[in-house]
Design a protein around this ligand. Sequence first.
Ligand code: HEM
Length: 497
Amino acid sequence: MMLQGMESLLIASSLMIVGFLIFHKIRRRKLEKLAEHFPGPRTLPLFGNALMFLGKDMYGCFEIIRDVARNSNSGFRIWFGQDLHVYLTDPKDVENVMTNPNAIEKDHVYDYFRMVADGIFSSRGKRWWKNRKLVNPAFGTKQLEHYVATFNKHSNIFAERVRDHCGETINVLNLINAVTIDVLCESVLGIEIGAQSGKASKFVQSIGVCLDIVFKRIFNIHFHSDIVFKLSPESKIFNEHVKYLHSFTSQIISKAKAERQKMKERDRKNGELKAPPTNFMEKFLTIQEEGGELTDYDILHEVLTIIISGFDTSAMTASAVMLMLAIYPDIQEKARREAEEILSGNSASLEDINRLVYLEAVTKETLRLFGPPLFLRKIKGDVPLENCTLVEGCTTVVFVYDIHKNPKFWDSPEEFMPERFIGNSLKHRYCYLPFSSGPRNCPGQRFANVSMKLILANLLRHYKLSTHITDWSQIKMKLDVLQKPVDGYPLKIEPLR
Ligand code: HEM
């Protein structure tokens, strides 16, 4: 009787294993057939092309991908072990992907980010749809008006703080990081973290440590295994900092909730109108109070997601704009004249900032050259392209780097020409993608544009920027959330008068 039971168990497990192998083989065959449509480097059994990246840093990895791209006309493929990555470089294909519901999910590497902040940047399925819809209004014009006071305050502090560094050559990212995190912490959580006044903040430090480790996991294939990561010293450090970020943010939310409760009781007595939400957290608490489906867990993770998604991206972009202005003094002078004409005193309105159209064009052109190098989507079902169909299980990589420099879509793509963004329309809707596109695009685009423009315009009104770099093509870029200069953003800042 017992032997019979064992036998059935053995047969059942063998059938399951055979079933799994057949399923795996069919899936693999489909991926192989798809891969045949794309050129790519020679593969090795099991490893695919992964060994090419072994021991390479972020500059080396980027160089390899760029080399493969150089040898292909429209798209290419790279096998990371058993994972097929299809790189797209044709805006028509990108449009097909970005508008297809089977390509809405992020790749599994975003899960490492999810451990820090399980918000819309990395979440999936129904939870992403629900939260994205609820979170979107916090980025709208009405809310943006409330954040402008915060942008003014911190950009003025920045313009003062720069004075201490006049005459020295500095990596301006260090200064920009502080103003960016001050702006984000106040606009998102309503707190003054004081990074610009030199206050050491464990919250800011923890964000930095967590992001470094997340990136290490993404770009080191052996760290993709949870077991290998858990055994590494980084895992303990990561967990400690994640725990701190969650408990710090959760305390702020609890305090705000208690204060709102008190305020509501007082308002009820006095019959006063409720104050409108002035930061993202208050906006989410209002949505929750009005019956929107945002749990306390959602609010904690969405606010952290917004701070983290906005931090490096905005700081690197503002630093890159400053570097480009330093390299091209004529463009700097034109942007300065515009800033002097439009801004006066210490308090700009949203309308004033919107009128800085030349500075906006400079920022757009900088993002064409320094923007995100690529972004990844996991394919969940058939996605037809121009010449073939992406199938479930592959990862598609929108290779923005290549699209932003393709002479088919950009006149003199290697030249820095902000004017191309004034009064001209794009040659294809999907040939310019610094903020991605489609339903999963960047909701913080306007927040970033407005806050960065004010910081830059205030700086230009008081200082002159210079650098030893004479052409942007001398800058060596490495892979990061955006393309990041290997040697930082070296600048000399001097007072105008
Ligand atoms: C110049 C600055 C910025 C750039 C270039 C940028 C770029 C991007 C890109 C390319 C994506 C899509 C990423 C992907 O699909 O893998 C994205 C998503 C996102 N960004 Fe930004 N971003 C910037 C600033 C900001 C700011 C300031 C915030 C918040 C205040 C923000 C919040 C987000 C969020 C929450 C997502 C996830 C959206 C989703 O998946 O539904 N970003 N950003």
